[in-house]
Design a protein around this ligand. Structure first.
Ligand SMILES: [Zn+2]
Length: 238
């Protein structure tokens, strides 16, 4: 009998995904805004303008979430892994300064070229992602992404087990009421199609207190949803 050689598929898949992620051009994954300067008279532009010069100091990016980007590279991992990775990408990449944006010459003036992650951001994010991928439990993965985002771990989620549950939005309570009132329509829209568990909650009597996912959860509540999928942090033996 021939024994099939066992290989760790995890190692084969995760390492290249991480490398590919940092080397790939994410131009089409970002919603970039910028302005161009024109001097058509001087350049003699006719029917079509070909003289646009991109003002690199005008770069801004739209509020975006990184679920599609996470899915493209790590979509086959557990829900907790996907959540932790998406949160880490969001923490590190949701700022225009996190990106190294190249400008290139096109037939119709300057265009946006390759967009890669800024080197110092890459080093930080790579460290977080490696930790998440190497962690052996879902709890640890979620702890890593929360620590990366907030700088420390709340007592209520320390050494907790995280279970995916569907709960009624009526039972959700927010610690910071003011925070949820200031939500813009953009943010509500931003999370409309988010398919991962929306956040992390701690059971609090009959209610669930939000630990992570204020925007995502209040966005869904504002959109009139009756039930939401979240991670419930459970302490002690279940
Ligand atoms: Zn022109």
């Amino acid at each position: 009998m021939m024994a099939k050689k066992k290989t760790s598929t995890k190692k084969i898949q995760t390492k290249p995904a991480l490398e590919r992620f940092f080397e790939d051009d994410h131009h089409y994954n970002l919603l970039l805004n910028y302005v161009s300067g024109y001097d058509c008279e001087r350049y003699g532009c006719d029917q079509y303008c070909r003289c646009g010069i991109i003002d690199t100091s005008s770069f801004t990016m739209e509020e975006s979430h990184f679920e599609h980007l996470m899915k493209a590279y790590w979509g086959k991992e557990s829900l907790a892994t996907q959540y932790a990775i998406e949160r880490a990408l969001n923490t590190c990449l949701n700022s225009i300064d996190s990106w190294d944006i190249q400008v290139c010459e096109g037939y119709y003036g300057q265009e946006i070229g390759k967009c890669v992650i800024d080197y110092s951001v890459r080093r930080k994010l790579e460290g977080i992602l490696e930790q998440i991928l190497k962690a052996t439990t879902d709890s640890k993965k979620i702890e890593i992404c929360l620590t990366a985002e907030y700088g420390y771990l709340l007592e209520g989620v320390k050494d907790a087990q995280f279970e995916v549950v569907s709960i009624s939005t009526k039972k959700i309570v927010f610690g910071q009421l003011e925070y949820t009132k200031k939500l813009s329509k953009d943010i509500i829209y931003k999370y409309q199609y988010y398919s991962l568990p929306l956040g992390i909650v701690i059971p609090d009597g009959e209610k669930y207190r939000v630990v992570d996912g204020y925007h995502r959860l209040s966005g869904r509540i504002d959109a009139g949803k009756k039930k939401v999928k979240v991670f419930e942090a459970l302490k002690g033996s279940i």
